[in-house]
Structure formats: structure tokens, C-alpha cells
Ligand binder design. Structure first.
Ligand SMILES: Cc1cc2nc3c(=O)[nH]c(=O)nc-3n(C[C@H](O)[C@H](O)[C@H](O)COP(=O)(O)O)c2cc1C
Length: 338
């Protein structure tokens, strides 16, 4: 089991509705609902708006080796069915994260997943090696799918590049679970299942421990989709970056299909948990992801609509699981009748 000696979970975790208890590659979660990277501050800034003791986990803002200011404004734009963002990976950088945020992680009453981004294998490895030393951080998530920076989706669009990245990162993470966040857009003839396989089974990678997998422990599907809005009066793109990533309900059915595809093609047989994300506003959206094959969900844009949505979604999921006559939400993973 990775990170067996981790200080997570904190002893003070309140009991959850056991029907929602789940796990991601051995990481126990009280509910399958997590806060998505970049939509909830750097770490626990949402704590005044939502009781973090009632969510399953928090994914940090994606951290790069150096601090980044991100793209110029405008970089957020509401559209029908969601929003566009072109934040451009604005973040405090690794040193500030380790100094100002890492010491607080052990007291966050939910699983903290550290999101990592970068522009080279070395960037990812540098942040991963540092995150691997944080015992209160039981998992990291590689963001190889940011459409809002140059080369942001490169690793997520090539099975070879992704396999190399996963091998190198895995080598510096002997105890921490490794999640890989895939892009909804696979390039050219490459299917998302091919990219997912490269993350889960990177060739020539040897596990660091007896219970460690050679590649990713879990897959996050998916990120935003590259998109654009135009001010027809000025004839200019509304975002300073010209394009941005579309999130929210508009991408939800696409993400459900991608989860379904990867679950059937790979994850079911390899027992690789999937975290579904894209447009979860209500429990029904989350339930669709579970039925398609996800073990958990992350909420991003939904937090902008209602910061308490993770708690409401979890409550709705619990009622739904009972109404389906199931003893645990785990029994409904991949249970779509198709
Ligand atoms: C403002 C904003 C910032 C984001 N920043 C990140 C980020 O730093 N890292 C990352 O992996 N995803 C980032 N995302 C993508 C979300 O984590 C999520 O994958 C996406 O928005 C789809 O989920 P949703 O429809 O629930 O928002 C960001 C999304 C938004 C809207």
C-alpha cells in the first residue's frame, strides 16, 4: 500500500455515512466528492464557505517549480452551460507552497491531493519529489491536460511522452499515490484509452515497492476543453489569451462518455480507479460518472455556483445509493446497463 506510514487520515475525522465511504487505490475517502484543482484556492481557502470535514478530498492548485502570474485578464468568462478560463496556471510556486501551505496540510480535515504541473519532465519530477516528502499528502495528481498554456496538453496527448513522464515521476514517489489527469481531447488517431494505458502501464518502469504499480494508481477524466468566445462588437476574443478551457455542464456528457470508454477499455480489468470530472453541479451528474465507471468525482465550476455543492452532491448520492438498493456506492461503479 503506498504511503502506509502517512499521517493521513487525521485522527479527528468525523464519521461519514458509511454508504458513501470509498477508496482510491487504498486512499480512504469519507465521500467520493473532491474539490477540483484550481477551483478552490491553493489548499484550504474554501473552508469558510464549505465544511471541509464533509468532503472527500481537496485537490490543490496545480503547482509548478517557479511561481507564475498566469495569463493577462480577462481570464474568466461565463458562457451558457459553463465558463471559459484561461488562468494560465497562476500559482505560488513550489518554494512558497512548501513554506506556507505544506505545514497546514496535516490539519486539513479531508484528503489532500497535490496537483503538479510543468513544461518539462524535470518540472514535474522536481515538484513530485518535494510532494513525496510531505507525509500528510497521500496522493498527487499530474495535470498533463491544461489547454491554457503553451505545451500544456503535450504530455497528455502522446502515449510515449506520457509514459516517459509517468516513469520518471513514479521513480521519485516511492510512497505517494499517483493520479494522472487526462485531457478530454486526444490528438489525431490516438484514443483516450491509449493515453490512459500509457499512464497506467508505462513500459520499462519498475515499481519502487512490493505493492506499488508501475504507473498511475488512478486516472482523472477529464480537464477543460479548449474553446473560445468572441465579442462581436469589437470583433475581439473576450479572453486576453484568445482561447480558454471550457468547463461546467456543457462538457459533462462528453466527460461521462470518456469515463465510460476508459473504464470499459482498461480501468475495469486493470482495477484502476477513475475520478470523473466535468460539469458536476448536482448529485445526478455525479451518479452518472459513478455508473459510467468512476469511483469518485471532482467538482470545479460547481463551486463557483454554490460552494456547498460538494456536501449537497454527497447527500444526494447517499439517497440515490439507498434508492438503488445498494449497500455501498462502490457497488454502483460501472453499473450502467449498456
Ligand atoms: C478557474 C479554473 C482554474 C483551474 N485550474 C486548474 C489547475 O490549476 N489545475 C488543473 O488540473 N485543473 C484546473 N482547472 C480545471 C478543473 O480542475 C476541472 O478539471 C475542470 O474545470 C472541469 O471540471 P468542472 O466542469 O467541474 O469545472 C481549472 C478550472 C477552472 C474553472
Amino acid at each position: 500500500m503506498p504511503n502506509a506510514g502517512s499521517s493521513y487520515p487525521p485522527s479527528a475525522l468525523p464519521p461519514a455515512d458509511p454508504i458513501l465511504a470509498t477508496d482510491l487505490a487504498g486512499l480512504a475517502l469519507r465521500t467520493p466528492v473532491l474539490l477540483a484543482a484550481g477551483t478552490a484556492g491553493t489548499l484550504d481557502e474554501m473552508q469558510n464557505a464549505v465544511d471541509l470535514a464533509r468532503v472527500g478530498g481537496i485537490v490543490t492548485k496545480s503547482i509548478t517549480p517557479a511561481p507564475r502570474e498566469g495569463n493577462a485578464t480577462w481570464r474568466l468568462w461565463p458562457v451558457e452551460g459553463g465558463m471559459l478560463n484561461a488562468i494560465g496556471l497562476a500559482n505560488v510556486g513550489l518554494d512558497a507552497f512548501l513554506r506556507d501551505y505544506a505545514p497546514r496540510i496535516a490539519s486539513v480535515p479531508a484528503a489532500v491531493v497535490g496537483s503538479i504541473s510543468g513544461f518539462s519532465v524535470d518540472d514535474f519530477v522536481q515538484v513530485a519529489a518535494a510532494f513525496g516528502t510531505i507525509s500528510a499528502m497521500p496522493a498527487v495528481e499530474l495535470n498533463v491536460s491544461c489547454p491554457n498554456v503553451k505545451h500544456g496538453t503535450e504530455f497528455g496527448s502522446s502515449p510515449d511522452l506520457l509514459a516517459e513522464l509517468v516513469r520518471e515521476v513514479r521513480a521519485v514517489l516511492p510512497r505517494t499515490r499517483l493520479f494522472v489527469k487526462l485531457s478530454p481531447i486526444a490528438m489525431g488517431p490516438v484514443k483516450l484509452a491509449d493515453i490512459a494505458r500509457a499512464a497506467v502501464e508505462p513500459a520499462n518502469s519498475s515499481p519502487n515497492g512490493p505493492n506499488q504499480r508501475p504507473g498511475a494508481d488512478a486516472l482523472c477524466i477529464a480537464n477543460t476543453m479548449s474553446a473560445m468566445a468572441i465579442d462581436v462588437r469589437t470583433r475581439r476574443p473576450v479572453l486576453a489569451n484568445t482561447t480558454g478551457g471550457l468547463s461546467g455542464p456543457a462538457i459533462h456528457p462528453i466527460a461521462v462518455k470518456l469515463v465510460f470508454d476508459v473504464y470499459r477499455a482498461l480501468a475495469r480489468d486493470t482495477k484502476t480507479p477513475i475520478i470523473g470530472l466535468g460539469g458536476v453541479l448536482h448529485w445526478r451528474h455525479a451518479a452518472e460518472f459513478i455508473l459510467a465507471g468512476a469511483s469518485a468525482v471532482e467538482i470545479g465550476t460547481g463551486l463557483f455556483v454554490d460552494p456547498r455543492s460538494p456536501v449537497k452532491v454527497a447527500k444526494g448520492l447517499a439517497s440515490w445509493v439507498r434508492s438503488q438498493g445498494a449497500a455501498s456506492i462502490k457497488d454502483l461503479v460501472g453499473a450502467v446497463a449498456a
